[in-house]
Design a protein around this ligand. Structure first.
Ligand SMILES: [Zn+2]
Ligand SMILES: [Zn+2]
Length: 345
């Protein structure tokens, strides 16, 4: 098994992003990413640029949207038309193409300084067949944090200050699906555009790619190591993402590489996204690469809070388990890692 770090919600100059895919890939390489997924609005033109660039595996999906109900379509071949009124049709079309999809920034709050608090939330929760939900979106949360002029200046100078973690309503929504046994996985995105705003004579870059690639990343655990072969590696990464063999991390304060969450017995270990059959003596194992505060959540409730690098819960019973980790930064704990769940049934 191997771990790879990616950033999976990125806009290039094929839609409203600032840089070309080649430029974005070289920034990703400098930031230590293994793969990126470009998700331009309403186009798959970037697929001509799919493949390895500067050692980074570049994959291209798309963001399907006109107004609300933004949906990230992954592993698709043909452009999918937006349909705000009937998001189920968008989800079904992604599935028909053999792809998978992620509900994007579902609960954003908006900022009075951006288009009078305009938001692009997910409005229809009767839909089915989607693979996951974007629990944490850097650009969206950064904008939500700008409540007025002073917070705006503060967050331009200190963008990480906006990262308060996934909103409670999105985690409650996921817990609801997980308790019902539904494999709805959690993902995170930077929504990097590399855009800039003009304030007087100054031009300030918001969501620059190099900053975004240290913000909300997705780490995947793959069954085998990537081989440098574009087609095979694309399948390997997409398959880990589909299965939820992954976690969302804000790698800004410390890189979460090396984090592990497993349910184990004497013979076997189950990983995020897995469903394990209950046996006596099973235990939960979490390793964080730096000392941190790990919260073990069972069926949507806190089962244990533990400090350090190794976190173990013995003799677990049936239920669905997921992990949230916070890391110490100055006098506070900052949200760091949010893992996909493991079911014990
Ligand atoms: Zn969007
Ligand atoms: Zn976007």
């Amino acid at each position: 098994m191997a771990e790879y770090i990616g950033n999976i919600h990125i806009h290039s100059s094929y839609s409203d992003g600032h840089n070309s895919i080649e430029e974005i890939a070289s920034i990703a390489a400098q930031c230590g990413l293994d793969f990126i997924i470009i998700t331009d609005h309403g186009t798959l033109k970037g697929q001509q640029r799919q493949g390895y660039q500067k050692g980074v595996l570049v994959l291209v999906g798309m963001e399907v949207n006109d107004y609300a109900n933004h949906y990230l379509a992954m592993d698709v071949r043909r452009v999918i038309a937006a349909n705000t009124g009937r998001p189920q049709q968008v989800i079904d079309e992604v599935n028909r193409q053999g792809g998978f999809g992620i509900i994007a920034h579902p609960f954003e709050k908006g900022s009075p300084l951006y288009k009078k608090s305009k938001t692009y939330p997910w409005l229809d929760w009767n839909v089915t067949g989607f693979q996951g939900i974007e629990i944490w979106n850097f650009l969206s949360q950064w904008r939500d944090g700008i409540k007025g002029f002073f917070t705006g200046v503060w967050l331009l100078l200190n963008p990480a200050g906006s990262l308060v973690g996934p909103y409670p309503e999105v985690m409650a929504k996921l817990d609801e699906y997980h308790i019902q046994g539904k494999p709805v996985m959690l993902y995170g995105g930077s929504d990097a555009h590399g855009a800039s705003v003009k304030i007087g004579i100054f031009r300030l870059r918001i969501s620059p790619y190099d900053l975004c690639f240290k913000m909300i990343n997705v780490h995947v655990i793959t069954a085998s190591a990537l081989k440098g072969n574009e087609r095979k590696d694309r399948e390997t990464v997409y398959s880990a993402l589909r299965r939820g063999r992954s976690w969302v991390a804000c790698d800004y304060y410390q890189n979460s590489r090396g984090f592990r969450f497993e349910i184990r017995n004497e013979q076997q270990a189950w990983l995020p996204g897995d469903k394990a059959e209950y046996q006596e003596g099973m235990y939960l194992y979490v390793y964080t690469p730096f000392p941190a505060r790990a919260t073990i959540i069972k069926n949507g409730q806190i089962a244990r809070v533990s400090y350090g690098k190794k976190h173990i819960l013995r003799n677990i019973t049936e239920g669905v388990y997921r992990i949230e980790v916070h890391i110490r930064h100055h006098l506070t704990y900052r949200p760091w890692i949010f893992s996909n769940p493991i079911w014990v049934q």
